[in-house]
Ligand binder design. Structure first.
Ligand code: HEM
Length: 141
C-alpha cells in the first residue's frame, strides 16, 4: 500500500513538471526578466514606429523598433536624456524572399516579413539606482 502511494505521488509530481515545461522554456507574457524585473508591456503592438532595419548573416531578419508614448513624445520634442518610463521595443521577423516576385523578375527582388524571429527585446529607461546584489538575492560579505 505504501509503495502504491509513493508511485501515485511520483506520477503526479512528474506530470506537474511536464505540464510546466512549455512555460519554463520560453518567456510567458507576464514573466519578468530575471535581473531587472522587466515585464512585456501590455499593448506594445500598438506602439508607434520609430524605425526599421534588416540584419544580414546568421540573424537574417527584418526588425521594427517601436516606442511607447513617452518615447515618441520625448524624441519629437528632442527631450534628452529620455525620461523615466521611456520604453523602446525591438520586434523581428524572418527575412523571406517573395516567391511570386522572384519568378516575375527572374532573380531575388522582393522580401517580406515571415514568422517572428530572434525574440522580442525591450529597453526601459529607469534612472533609479539598482542594487544587483538585492535583485540576485545575494548577501554582502
Ligand atoms: C536598428 C535597430 C537595431 C539593430 C540593427 C540591431 C542590431 C543588433 C545586432 C547586430 C546585435 C548583435 C546580435 C548578435 O550578435 O547575436 C544586437 C544585439 C542586441 N540588441 Fe539590437 N539592434 C537594434 C535595435 C535594438 C533595440 C531597439 C534593442 C532594445 C530594445 C536592442 C537590444 C539588443 C540586445 C539586448 C542585444 C543582445 C542580444 C543577445 O546578445 O542575445 N536592439 N542588436
Amino acid at each position: 500500500m505504501k509503495w502504491l502511494i509513493i508511485l501515485v505521488l511520483g506520477i503526479v509530481i512528474a506530470l506537474t513538471i511536464l505540464a510546466a515545461l512549455p512555460f519554463a522554456s520560453g518567456h510567458a507574457e507576464d514573466e519578468a526578466a530575471p535581473i531587472f524585473g522587466v515585464k512585456i508591456p501590455a499593448g506594445y503592438r500598438d506602439w508607434r514606429l520609430i524605425s526599421v532595419a534588416h540584419e544580414e548573416g546568421t540573424l537574417n531578419d527584418l526588425r521594427a523598433i517601436l516606442g511607447n508614448d513617452v518615447a515618441i513624445t520625448a524624441s519629437r520634442e528632442g527631450k534628452l536624456p529620455f525620461p523615466d518610463g521611456t520604453i523602446i521595443a525591438r520586434l523581428a521577423w524572418s527575412y523571406d524572399p517573395l516567391e511570386e516576385s522572384s519568378k516575375a523578375f527572374g532573380r531575388l527582388q522582393s522580401f517580406v516579413a515571415g514568422p517572428p524571429k530572434n525574440g522580442i527585446q525591450f529597453m526601459v529607461k529607469d534612472s533609479r539606482p539598482i542594487r544587483l546584489d538585492r535583485r540576485l538575492g545575494l548577501r554582502s560579505i
